[in-house]
Design a protein around this ligand. Sequence first.
Ligand SMILES: NC(=O)c1ccc[n+]([C@@H]2O[C@H](COP(=O)([O-])OP(=O)(O)OC[C@H]3O[C@@H](n4cnc5c(N)ncnc54)[C@H](O)[C@@H]3O)[C@@H](O)[C@H]2O)c1
Length: 347
Amino acid sequence: MKMLVTGGAGFVGSHVAEYFLKKGWEVVIYDNLSRGELLKKEIRHLDYNWRYLKENFDRVTFFKEDIRDMKRLMEAMEGVQVIVHAAAQTAVTVSVEDPHPDFTVNALGTFNVLEAARKLGLKPTVIYCSTNKVYGDNVNKIKVIEGDKRYSFPEEYKLGIPEDFPVDLCEHTPYGCSKLTGDLYMQDYAHLYGFKVGVFRMSCIYGTRQFGVEDQGWVAHFVISTLLDRPITIYGDGKQVRDVLYVEDLVRAFEKFIESDVSHGVYNTGGGPDNTLSLLELLDMLEKLTGKRTEVRFSDWRPSDQRVYISRIEKIKEELGWEPCISPEEGVKRLVEWVEENKNLFE
Ligand SMILES: NC(=O)c1ccc[n+]([C@@H]2O[C@H](COP(=O)([O-])OP(=O)(O)OC[C@H]3O[C@@H](n4cnc5c(N)ncnc54)[C@H](O)[C@@H]3O)[C@@H](O)[C@H]2O)c1
């Protein structure tokens, strides 16, 4: 079996690639290494994830290309049965500062991935890394309950946000709009052209080899900052809550979809109500794990930041027979150990 992973030199994409390479698949990585622009000078080894794959596996090849280049995409896609589309401009903040590249990468780039497959006459299985941000500010219309260290949803949403939660009539940020555009095109290519499409509206994914920065990847950003004694700025009061999902659990969900009989589906995907963390709780957890508490500064809320987001994972459990296995305690411990062993990457 052969798989194309766009964004395969990134965090999620490289874990997908590793998992299927271990199972004997042939994997084509398609990535322009632009995560580097977001990381600026914070991390020196910008192609770390690609080098990790190359050094450990044989059946992996690399196209250092942009998903906005349809011709190269079509070349890379030749003969693949499965496409995992993880490439994206991933930061809400960047999308607000400069919405044009956010649109061309996330909306047009996603369209290109689908069109390249259609033009080649493929009927592939496609996994789309969508996001909880498609629900935009509608999530903030839910009246949350304020506790000492966290906000929580009222009883009505105790299982989390379902897939039929409204996506319109609210603010989104350009990132939310561009990812939702891709999400809708994915669903349409399933209906119109018979692609087997899994749209995974992901909450907060974390794990090893994640180069989290202030703009994206907060769990890894907090771990890296704590271990390197760097100050952290919290936007808002730190009581905002996310359901967190360890990256290996996410990849198992993708595998379940690939192996299933489901023709297409949209799934809210995260740790669900049993695996949630507020920013302040993560700081407490890190103090227990490392004995360190780094300096924290507070600043204004960011636009459309959701006070609480928890995925309702009933549908994915039922249709794909999947559920998260790795608790936040275990996952954060693994991430702490990885950063400890690889401090040189961040110095
Ligand atoms: N990590 C999360 O918590 C999370 C949550 C929700 C959704 N997502 C989505 O999951 C996907 C993967 O996110 P990640 O956390 O692994 O981010 P990442 O930045 O580590 O990976 C994205 C990769 O895409 C590449 N890329 C960006 N623009 C490109 C382009 N024009 N052409 C080719 N490659 C390009 C980057 O170089 C990077 O390697 C993204 O689509 C993101 O929107 C992530």
